[in-house]
Ligand binder design. Structure first.
Ligand SMILES: [Ca+2]
Ligand SMILES: [Ca+2]
Length: 258
């Protein structure tokens, strides 16, 4: 009798192969499969996520906060205090499968070089918050919920600056995900390019105000220097705007900026 029951059970298992027809064993198999999927899913997503050079995007753009119209070549008026226009390096860390990489640590190396405009006499171009030598930065940052990181730059001086960057992803094997160069024309209430707005800058401003012309003192970019430019200049002078940083190295720059 006992043998007969076992034989009967064996027979059912081998003649009803459809999963839903085996009441006790199949739910365990399904559960095991589901748990395996849940455990493996993060690893699969992670494997797609380290940013790749082919799919990641880096660009240097202007955050426009001055009264000049948008012009080509790209021109910005900036202040050491950071209360005028800024340069922003925007990094989109994207995996090979097109997936944005969140919470990914990036090592960002940025170098600035350039040439001051000579119409105001001897001067420098200043970068705020440099931490790796004159005009140089090494910044560690982390991508946000959409795989993006943004770094802002400000400074002083008047002339052409050339910004170059290299971004290394540190999630997964260290990988260079983007490199680039972009030149900008800059002008600032900090005419001398020493990171401070004070009477030495007024000495640079007054001759251009007196003559009515001058690229560096034309803060509203209308082609002349007059009361309207003084109106732009004075708040930065009276506020003693400044930042800690360094003068950038001199090197050829592609834009005329005059
Ligand atoms: Ca100055
Ligand atoms: Ca003007």
């Amino acid at each position: 009798m006992r043998y007969g029951m076992s034989k009967c059970y064996y027979s059912i298992r081998h003649h009803l192969p459809v999963l839903g027809q085996i009441p006790k064993e199949v739910p365990v198999q399904r559960l095991t499969f589901l748990v395996a999927i849940i455990l493996l899913l993060p690893a699969v997503v992670l494997a797609q996520c380290p940013p790749a050079a082919a799919t990641s995007i880096c660009s240097a753009t202007i955050i426009d906060n001055d009264v000049c119209p948008t012009v080509i070549p790209p021109t910005l008026v900036w202040c050491p205090a950071g209360d005028l226009s800024l340069i922003e390096l925007r990094i989109l860390a994207i995996g090979a499968a097109g997936i944005p990489c969140t919470n990914c640590t990036l090592e960002v190396r940025v170098n600035f070089t350039g040439l001051p405009n000579t119409t105001i006499g001897p001067s420098n171009i200043w970068l705020c918050n440099t931490n790796a030598g004159p005009g140089s930065f090494v910044i560690f940052t982390t991508t946000d919920a959409v795989g993006e990181a943004r770094i802002k730059f400000s400074g002083g001086g008047c002339g052409c600056i050339s910004m170059s960057w290299t971004v290394v992803s540190l999630c997964g094997n260290p990988t260079v995900i983007c490199q680039g160069v972009r030149d900008f024309c800059i002008k600032s209430p900090d005419f001398t390019g020493d990171g401070m707005v004070n009477f030495f800058d007024t000495f640079k401003y007054l001759p251009q105000l007196s003559s009515g012309f001058g690229y560096c003192a034309d803060f509203n970019c209308d082609g002349v220097v007059n009361f309207f430019d003084t109106f732009q200049y004075l708040p930065h002078l009276s506020g003693g705007h400044s930042c800690i940083g360094s003068a950038i190295p001199f090197a050829n720059c592609s834009l005329p900026c005059n």
